[in-house]
Design a protein around this ligand. Structure first.
Ligand code: FES
Ligand code: FES
Length: 164
């Protein structure tokens, strides 16, 4: 067993874990943060995407021990309970960017990093940026609109109309 300390959404957590434990299982089972989903467990779908020291990673491909001493952000950290929605959350809500919602936490964490590096992305840049995250429901168009909306909000601009 290995002793690790990981800061998750700003809170330090210490745990004794098996070296083979995946980060996604630490997040979901040890910390009870079940917003991070498991779609494939084989690094294909992106549902498990979180930020590790600010960089988006598929947490089913990272060992918990690799996160030792690092900072993890999950979808739960996007907005404190009772606080106003994060621009991405608002964007997904306003643009119908989710249907079943299974892919949504991973999409939003991936989009968080994307907008941090590229605050004013084109539609093509967004499509490329989320190409590692699969959605079986939406056809992606409304996800792209949601991210464009969030980018505009973050830049202090009026988001484009959400009408089709
Ligand atoms: Fe990690 Fe699908 S569960 S990529
Ligand atoms: Fe269902 Fe994306 S909203 S998988």
């Amino acid at each position: 067993m290995k002793q690790i300390t990981v800061t998750v959404n700003g809170q330090p957590h210490s745990a004794e874990v098996e070296p083979r434990l995946l980060l996604v299982h630490l997040i979901r089972e040890n910390l009870n943060l079940t917003g991070t989903h498991i779609g494939c467990d084989t690094s294909s779908c992106g549902a498990c995407t979180v930020l590790l020291d600010g960089k988006s990673v598929k947490s089913c491909t990272v060992l918990a021990v690799q996160a030792n001493g690092k900072s993890v952000s999950t979808v739960e950290g996007l907005c404190a309970p009772g606080a106003a929605l994060n621009p991405l959350q608002e964007g997904f809500k306003e643009n119908h960017g989710l249907h079943c919602g299974f892919c949504t936490p991973g999409m939003m964490m991936r989009a968080t990093e994307l907008l941090e590096h590229n605050p004013d992305p084109t539609e093509d840049e967004i499509r490329w940026g989320i190409s590692g995250n699969l959605c079986r429901c939406t056809g992606y168009n409304n996800i792209v609109k949601a991210i464009l909306y969030a980018g505009a909000k973050m830049r202090g601009e009026e988001p484009a109309s959400t009408e089709p």
